[in-house]
Ligand binder design. Structure first.
Ligand code: APR
Ligand code: ZN
Length: 364
């Protein structure tokens, strides 16, 4: 039974794997208890969104894409403390603060965020809609729990603030929280999209002195150097040799995999020194298996870890990053390759699939 007509908004809806992106989404007529309606100002197109439409991941359809966004609280439900008009960044892993992981200080692994998605809202023709990571942020507006929004200062450039919610928090967190890169260390970053470029920026800020950026696309060279890399290397047969030549024959202290493929996880492994650490930031496919030699695992004494949402507490770290964005300490201009209106958002997916640019951001 529907109490009131839903509010229909323009949104980027994937109907099925490989199908076109278009449409409108019906959102709840009013935010429920503990919920807010956010008017979206800017939303980045992340490779995970592409993975939801090209068959790499198998989400439920129809699906509203998008999970990296900023906007303004437009309406609040009962019991919400945030005021209408508050600028916010969306959080795709809102912590319950009560589960086993939250209580031990690992909110990025909150049990709630791994629970199956329930439909929310519906398409114009009445089919229940799923929202990417509970957000579905490539839309004019979303209705989400209050805990899925993080207040940020007013006046931030929206196309940069949006990236705090995924690429930047993930990249910066991977460097600081997951890997713990220290001044003077050497780093390799494989895959130079929004996430990899954010890792480069963070590695530079952490004081890493050798920062090797690796990609299959030569076109990423200038972006990488602008983001903080000391060197750009093409991902080819000579890669291991080139990395060793720049690390006194040892390999890097830290390798970051920012593609999401078994082949690049293996490449990251090979580029890392004995006793070094591989941090997997990319989200790969379920059946893409990584194979490593048992003797090599023992002998190399390397650590292999993944970094989910930068092993961060977004409620604490997004406001800190937002403050740095506001005062200029964090320069994200190189991460934004351009802005695109919502109706032309499929163009951003094409560019991302071709490996063009850094982040393409939909602005509203
Ligand atoms: N070796 C090196 N680089 C590669 C390779 C490879 N074999 N294959 C692809 N790349 C590069 C692409 O050229 C591109 O520059 O990886 C980069 C990926 O960038 P994006 O597509 O922009 O992806 P991004 O949004 O940064 O996400 C990276 O993190 O969050 C996860 O799901 C996301 O797995 C994805 C990863
Ligand atoms: Zn993302």
């Amino acid at each position: 039974e529907r109490a009131a007509l839903p509010v229909t908004v323009r949104a980027l809806v994937a109907r099925a794997s490989g199908a076109g992106l278009a449409g409108r989404a019906g959102t709840p007529a009013a935010p429920g208890p503990g919920e807010v309606r956010v008017t979206i100002r800017a939303a980045g197109v992340c490779h995970s969104d592409l993975s939801m439409v090209n068959g790499t991941l198998a989400p439920k359809y129809p699906l509203v894409l998008g999970h990296e966004a900023t906007g303004v609280v437009a309406e609040t439900g009962p019991g919400v403390r945030l005021a209408v008009g508050t600028p916010v960044v969306l959080n795709w892993a809102p912590a319950c603060r009560a589960c086993w992981w939250c209580r031990r200080g690992e909110p990025w692994l909150c049990a709630d965020t791994t629970s199956p998605t329930v439909p929310r809202g519906e398409t114009e023709d009445g089919v229940p809609l799923h929202l990417t990571l509970g957000l579905g942020a490539l839309a004019e507006a979303v209705v989400v729990p209050e805990k899925a929004v993080i207040p940020v200062p007013a006046g931030l450039p929206p196309e940069r603030a949006a990236l705090l919610g995924c690429a930047v928090l993930t990249g910066v967190g991977a460097v600081h929280n997951t890997a713990g890169v220290a001044a003077g260390e050497s780093v390799a970053v494989i895959g130079l999209g929004g996430v990899g470029l954010a890792v480069l920026t963070a590695a530079r800020r952490a004081g890493a002195t050798t920062i090797l950026a690796v990609d299959v696309a030569e076109a990423k060279r200038d972006l990488a150097l602008a983001a903080g890399a000391t060197d750009f290397l093409l991902s080819d047969d000579r890669l291991s040799k080139e990395v060793r030549a720049r690390t006194e024959g040892r390999g890097v202290d830290h390798a970051f995999e920012c593609v999401g493929r078994a082949a690049t996880i293996r490449a990251a492994w090979r580029l890392t020194r004995r006793g070094g650490a591989v941090t997997v930031v990319g989200m790969g496919a379920k059946d893409d298996m990584v194979s490593l030699g048992a003797l090599d695992i023992f002998h190399s004494a390397r650590t292999l870890r993944s970094s989910v949402y930068g092993s961060s507490d977004p409620d604490r770290e997004v406001p800190a990053l937002a403050a740095e964005l506001a005062d200029g300490a964090l320069d994200l201009r190189v991460l934004v390759s351009g802005t695109i209106p919502l109706d032309e958002a499929p163009t951003a997916f094409d560019r991302l699939a071709r490996g063009e640019g850094a982040r393409w951001v939909v602005t509203l």
